[in-house]
Write a protein that binds this ligand. Sequence first.
Ligand SMILES: C[S@@+](CC[C@H](N)C(=O)[O-])C[C@H]1O[C@@H](n2cnc3c(N)ncnc32)[C@H](O)[C@@H]1O
Ligand code: SF4
Ligand code: SF4
Length: 373
Amino acid sequence: MDVKSLATLGFHHAKNHMTQSIYLSSGVNWTKPITFCGLVTHQCNLNCGFCFDRKDVDPSKEMSFEEWKRALLSIKDLVGGYFISFSGGEVMLMKWFPDLLRFCADNGIKGGVLTNGTAINDVTAPRLVGADPFEISLSIDGPTAVVHDRIRGRMRAFEMVTRAVRMFRQERDRQGRSFPIIIRCVINAINLKHLADMPRLVKEIGATAIVFQPVHEIAPNVMPEWQKFTKAPSSGLKDNFWIGSEQAELLESKVAELLALKAAGAPIMNTERDLELLSYHFSGEKPANMARTCTVALRNFFIQPNGDVQFCHDWPAIGNLRQQSAKEIWRGPHAEDLRRQSLHCEKQCLVNCSAQRTLLEKASMAIHLLKEG
Ligand SMILES: C[S@@+](CC[C@H](N)C(=O)[O-])C[C@H]1O[C@@H](n2cnc3c(N)ncnc32)[C@H](O)[C@@H]1O
Ligand code: SF4
Ligand code: SF4
């Protein structure tokens, strides 16, 4: 990853922080979205027990390649160059996805991808790497096949994803590119005792760094196919994946291990604060010094496969990119109404993909990526 791209992103983030303050103090909206996430499809070939994407949406209602290109240019018209992370479902089930990434690179848009790695092979790895990605992320939920395959609901899932990381690394070096390969790991009751082994795996397979994220109870039940695969006696998400009070001490000790590994130079991208907040996430308690205002509505632009745009996954759509431009959506009265309401959202999420970070935390994450190469 190059210094110039990170510096440009840093500049946009600093500007967003400033316009957020103006909005909060005066109500004048000069904000532009800064965090873009594009969910390309709900379709997927795995059955991870905790997955929040329930795949029950009709694929014929999802945006086509042409519609995505129009949507991406419409955003560019609102904000100029930007970074967008593509996810799903499983993006690599869309045969045209590498071409969408290439389209981004050709139009001054930095595109990243999050994949489960199962569809990466001799053909798709060179195509994705050749599309000039800004980053490639892969989900790995355990340091061994026993742990990862159980969580992911499919035999050989670990073998496929670790092979995918190695192929990306090899292909990246062969094509002389410099994007980071990031591992994403969902912390839950099944992998808790193995977490401290993850940084070692990251190095072993040639990835750049790891980001941990706690499991969220978005649906009350696990995926039915996962329950069949594992023969788990309960269908409850909490029964299978939540870290309850009986494991609170183990969680504390694992957080301490991860903090020590990070301090010793392990490639863990989470901030110290992210890791310290984990026990609050699972216990449901709120730390005393927590900010009461949620600012996702001043910075996030999450696009669903059908073109709906949201600030965060828990709030209704602010518009739809099939029918409106990004400018009309962001500046429209409907978005403004939801924006004002969401500032006082009762949920007060702690550690999630919408998490609020200080500029210093963002800078430290960027420096980490530069150091790890
Ligand atoms: C929905 S997946 C889509 C991308 C791709 N299929 C994958 O698994 O990497 C996006 C990310 O969300 C994570 N995820 C899914 N359900 C979650 C939950 N209930 N809580 C926290 N993270 C979750 C996945 O592990 C993955 O890293
Ligand atoms: S791979 Fe797993 S986490 Fe990703 S979308 Fe599919 S079921 Fe969900
Ligand atoms: S507190 Fe959580 S649910 Fe509420 S708007 Fe913020 S991110 Fe969304």
